[in-house]
Design a protein. Structure first.
Length: 87
């Protein structure tokens, strides 16, 4: 199930963010992403617009591309999984 995969990817992202070199702004953006994805996945919560979550995912992916390749890979998979489940 793609939702389960998404949960696993969010856990991987949290592990990747344990790097002491990750700045506070990036941590805050990642928390926003995590919260937004959980809101989108809530059953019966059709009022959420997925576009800001997708944009935030892409922004974080770009931020991590050079300095945190593991987190960048996980963020790319999160974006792909969101697209696959129709978000």
């Amino acid at each position: 199930m793609d939702k389960t995969k998404l949960q696993d990817l969010l856990s991987q992202l949290q592990q990747a963010l344990n790097d002491p070199d990750v700045d506070q702004e990036t941590l805050d953006l990642a928390r926003q992403l995590d919260h937004g994805i959980h809101q989108l996945l809530d059953v019966g919560n059709d009022d959420n617009d997925p576009d800001p979550i997708m944009a935030l995912s892409r922004q974080l992916e770009a931020n991590f591309a050079a300095r945190h390749p593991l987190a960048q890979r996980v963020l790319r998979e999160i974006g792909n999984t969101l697209a696959n489940i129709g978000i």
